[in-house]
Write a protein that binds this ligand. Structure first.
Ligand code: GAL
Length: 557
């Protein structure tokens, strides 16, 4: 009996060890296969020949000690290889060396298919301060190295601190870096061999003081994650997107100064978002073979002993059209399996069975208890049936399970039997990114998110239309149920331009016959950014002037 017991305990023991090795615990010390804490900070991961390679700053306490390299088959268990970059040579007066004592930060590695070389760009400092603001460029014949120095320089003569590389689908590589004393972000294309920047760099995100750039692409869209500029201390993450890296066209879905002082929209959506879950972005890794599945990689810096800084890796989703990162104490790659089951519906059809996805939280409208909330995917998500009315763009919204219709009664959502009342009719105001403001035809109130919070469990309520309240919902369908529904091509360039046209059409159809120049002092919304503007600071785009929310009087220009 005792023998059986010990065999069982042993088996159970083995089972738990295996499971523990098959997950990621963000913020915990991550041990390599030799049992040492992984010493790879500010780094990146690349995939080559069936292996993942993790490069990072190797630190000896606070001192820089070259660039480390780890290898893994599964992204969970990492084996330390020889250092990818070993400090060599002696310090030169012109600061053009990788001698011991120099500071090497934020290494990024890409493969050049033409030269068949692996290329690494590193933030380079002299070892005393952050005044040099250069890059060290190194190459290797094999992915794991050894990498040897090609040059150390200021790209296009500009100061370059936090930096990253981005290799586009077409083989063009880009270098993106904080510059002008961290106030701007520059982007430059690299030469064919990826060893030098081309001259036509662009200055982006002027005056925003963004750091820690991590870029990735989906369809026609490039996304950038950034941090604010607070040294080793964490701050709220934020993202921007653009169709063209070489233009100054980075955007956020709304761009206001949040109460925490940050600009832009946070990609973290759970409790802890104001410190990016105590981390600073370093890289976004596209998981090979898993469409639109990304891993957010961040550093939980320990400024008194950088070597012991922890790693914060979390799944990143773009289901909402924007990057969002949820917190998990522990996770594995299976979280990606269901990430895109709910898909954006292409056309709103009469009778369509849909879910409402809230823009800033990437969460579905749900009813775990009596009232509406936003929740993680699960059993409380509500399936709605859309019913077209005879009025253009106006729908009735039925809760499929209950068979009751959403109604605004004295400014609160109620669920009633279907009736011929305007209070059961909802105008769906399209936005450029495919989201809708859902406004009641009787009293003009709109479905709104309490406190603009993004956490699961946040309740919804009805309020006047306002660009400073989160009031954007998109229609999604369950692709495992409705295999015949068509998905919107939301990562294509055409998606937004088609929506812009549709918005103009809607605005001109729906009782707006009063199109004229706006005068100062009125409320004007930039429909491109959702931003409330004064008319004397208008920038190009499509604008709606709201004369009277309740009477639904709008002016479009
Ligand atoms: C951070 C930067 C780190 C490191 C640190 C030094 O802002 O992202 O990579 O340079 O400053 O204070």
């Amino acid at each position: 009996m005792n023998i059986l017991k010990s065999i069982l305990t042993l088996m159970l023991g083995l089972a738990t060890t295996q499971v523990a090795g098959q997950s990621i615990k963000p913020g915990n010390t991550w041990y390599d296969t030799n049992g040492s804490a992984i010493n790879a900070h500010g780094g990146c991961v690349v995939y080559a020949d069936g292996y993942y390679y993790w490069f990072g700053e190797q630190r000896s306490s606070n001192k820089s000690d070259g660039i480390s390299c780890y290898r893994s088959k599964d992204l969970y268990a990492w084996t330390k290889l020889s250092r990818a970059v070993t400090p060599t040579g002696t310090k030169t007066d012109e600061n053009r060396d990788i001698a011991s004592g120099r500071t090497l930060e934020r290494p990024k590695v890409i493969y050049n298919a033409k030269t068949k070389k692996w290329v690494m760009w590193i933030h380079w400092e002299n070892g005393n301060d952050y005044g040099q603001a250069k890059v060290a460029v190194c190459t290797a014949d094999k992915v794991e190295g050894p990498y040897t120095m090609v040059d150390v320089f200021r790209p296009n003569g500009c100061d370059s601190r936090d930096q990253t590389l981005f290799l586009d689908k077409d083989g063009q590589a880009y270098h993106i870096y904080s510059t002008n004393m961290n106030s701007n972000t520059n982007c430059e294309r690299l030469s064919e061999d990826f060893l030098t920047p081309l001259e036509d760099y662009v200055v982006q995100l002027k005056g925003r003081r963004y750091e820690a750039a991590a870029l990735f692409g989906v369809g026609d869209i490039y996304y950038g994650l950034f941090s604010g500029c607070t040294g080793w201390d964490p701050n709220p993450g934020r993202y921007m997107w653009t169709y063209d890296l070489m233009n100054e066209t980075w955007q956020a879905p709304a761009d206001f100064r949040a109460s925490d002082g940050s600009t832009g929209i946070n990609y973290c959506i759970d409790s802890g978002k104001l410190t990016s879950y105590q981390s600073q972005s370093n890289f976004v890794f596209p998981v090979p073979g898993k469409d639109k599945c990304f891993i957010y990689m961040g550093d939980r810096w320990n400024s008194s002993n950088v070597q012991s800084s922890k790693h914060v890796w979390l799944p990143l989703s773009v289901r909402s059209g924007y990057p969002t990162v949820r917190w998990y104490d522990e996770w594995n790659l299976s979280v990606f399996d269901d990430m895109y089951r709910m898909k954006r519906l292409k056309e709103l059809e009469d009778g369509a069975e849909v879910y409402l996805l809230e823009k800033f939280s990437n969460r579905l409208v749900s009813r775990p208890n009596a009232s509406l909330t936003i929740e993680n995917d699960g059993t409380s998500n509500l399936c709605f049936v859309l019913h077209k009315t005879s009025k253009p763009y106006v729908y009735k919204i039925e809760d499929k399970a209950m068979g009751k219709f959403m109604e605004s009664v004295f400014g609160t959502t109620r669920w009633q039997d279907e009736a011929d009342r305007e209070s059961q009719e909802w105008m769906l105001w399209l936005q450029e990114d495919g989201y809708y403001r859902i406004q009641n035809m009787s009293d003009g109130v709109c479905l709104s998110v309490s406190g603009n919070t993004t956490e699961a469990g946040t309740s919804l309520y009805l309020n006047d239309a306002s660009s400073s309240i989160h009031q954007s919902f998109a229609f999604y369908f369950d692709s495992s149920v409705h295999t015949d529904y068509e998905e919107a091509d939301m990562f294509s360039k055409n998606y937004r331009s088609a929506n812009l046209e549709a918005m103009k059409e809607q605005a001109t159809t729906v009782g707006i016959n009063d199109i004229r120049q706006t005068s100062n002092g009125r409320t004007i919304y930039n429909l491109t950014t959702g931003q409330r503007m004064r008319s004397n600071i208008l920038s190009p785009g499509l604008y709606i002037e709201v004369k009277d929310h309740k009477a639904r009087k709008f002016i479009v220009r």
